[in-house]
Design a protein around this ligand. Structure first.
Ligand SMILES: NC(=O)c1ccc[n+]([C@@H]2O[C@H](COP(=O)([O-])OP(=O)(O)OC[C@H]3O[C@@H](n4cnc5c(N)ncnc54)[C@H](OP(=O)(O)O)[C@@H]3O)[C@@H](O)[C@H]2O)c1
Length: 342
């Protein structure tokens, strides 16, 4: 393999996986010009090889070992979803010294700390920009941009499906079931929308944000979670008359603040997901449809806010690609140092 070529194996090639492949095709010239790196997706694990996919040049396989045992593949990109068998595949990839990129918030909320520990021990990367806020580059901003600051409060709309349903309930005065059905028909909600509507998806993302912002692992079961299922059109109409809109808000803050700084402990963090009735003045009330929004209150900078597409194959694929590029830079530098030492 050429010194500047980095071979990637995908575990999964659905919406996000195909978004990654398309992103590489679209931007390969720019990546080569700016970074001198060529990215090649060599193989992808799928369930059904006969399914039509809008990608070319990638070998499809149903055998995970074709990727996990391939010595040329240095970066494994997990975009399969779910906890099992994904957990064992990622663990095996890390154990074999392969860098891993994932967009799987459920897996990260449940096993992120353990997997990160393995990656650190092995001196390799486990990156997951696509797991929170889809296309909005938030994790790297927290890790690098706010490295010298301390986030005190996280407050956001982290799930596009429920935000779409709630927006429809307010703007088109639809009932919950009707708005959910419309979200499913428009492709914004899965056929089983449980993770979204119960608030579990937003809670997983909140756990990841807490890890990044507070450097603390909040177990998923310690997040107070309430979904949007119980909301009635009457309640929405009455609140709307009073100038308020419902939003599924995920928030966490350090309640335990000493004068010398911010003391962080698990007991000192309150993390919860639930419907809040926001006035039109609240910044999150203007995050509509499938968009996500996040505001962070930090010790030095103060208030920050991001809004944008929180999901979608191309947007999330772009976030995954940013992780791949970061790893590829490291791989190529390490390779050239290794070659020079020989
Ligand atoms: N979609 C989004 O907008 C979005 C946004 C942020 C994060 N994510 C996360 O990204 C991940 C992927 O989401 P997605 O929307 O791309 O899912 P998807 O469209 O359902 O794609 C899943 C892919 O994984 C393959 N797969 C699933 N189980 C498998 C198994 N046991 N063995 C082999 N292959 C298997 C499927 O194969 P077949 O194609 O053959 O069925 C498919 O290619 C999830 O963790 C999700 O939470 C998604």
């Amino acid at each position: 393999m050429k010194e500047n070529t980095v071979s990637i194996g995908l575990l999964g090639c659905g919406n996000v996986g195909q978004g990654v492949v398309k992103g590489i095709l679209l931007h390969s010239n720019k990546i080569l010009r700016k970074l001198g790196i060529t990215l090649v997706v060599s193989k992808a694990l799928v369930q059904d090889i006969s399914k039509e996919r809008a990608i070319e040049g990638v070998i499809l396989t149903q055998k995970p070992q074709d990727i996990l045992d391939d010595p040329e593949i240095e970066v494994v990109v997990e975009v399969m979803g779910g906890e099992h068998p994904t957990y064992s595949y990622i663990k095996e990839a890390l154990d074999k010294g392969k860098h891993v990129v994932t967009a799987n918030k459920l897996l990260l909320a449940l096993h992120g700390a353990e997997l990160q520990e393995i990656a650190q021990r092995k001196g390799i990367c486990l990156l997951y920009e696509g797991s929170v806020l889809g296309g909005i580059p938030i994790l790297r901003t927290i890790q690098y941009g706010l490295a010298g600051d301390q986030v005190k409060k996280i407050c956001g709309i982290l799930n596009g499906t429920t935000n779409y349903i709630l927006t429809q309930m307010v703007e088109s005065e639809k009932g919950y079931e009707e708005a959910l059905q419309e979200a499913q028909e428009a492709g914004y909600a899965e056929s089983d929308p449980t993770m979204d509507v119960t608030g579990l998806d937003a809670a997983c993302k909140l756990v990841i944000l807490c890890r990044e912002c507070f450097d603390l692992d909040i177990p998923l079961e310690e997040v107070e979670i309430k979904g949007i299922q119980g909301l009635t059109p009457e309640e929405v109409a009455e609140q709307k008359r009073q100038g308020r809109v419902p939003k599924l808000v995920a928030e966490a803050s350090i309640i335990d603040q000493s004068s010398s700084g911010l003391e962080k402990s698990r007991e000192g963090i309150i993390a919860k997901v639930g419907v809040q009735w926001l006035s039109r003045e609240a910044i999150l009330s203007h995050v509509s449809g499938v968009d996500n929004g996040l505001s962070l209150e930090t010790q030095l900078v103060g208030d920050l806010f991001w809004k944008g597409p929180g999901a979608g194959g191309l947007a999330t694929g772009g976030a995954v690609l940013s992780d791949i590029v970061e790893i590829a830079k490291k791989v190529v530098v390490e390779r050239s140092i290794g070659n020079a030492a020989r």
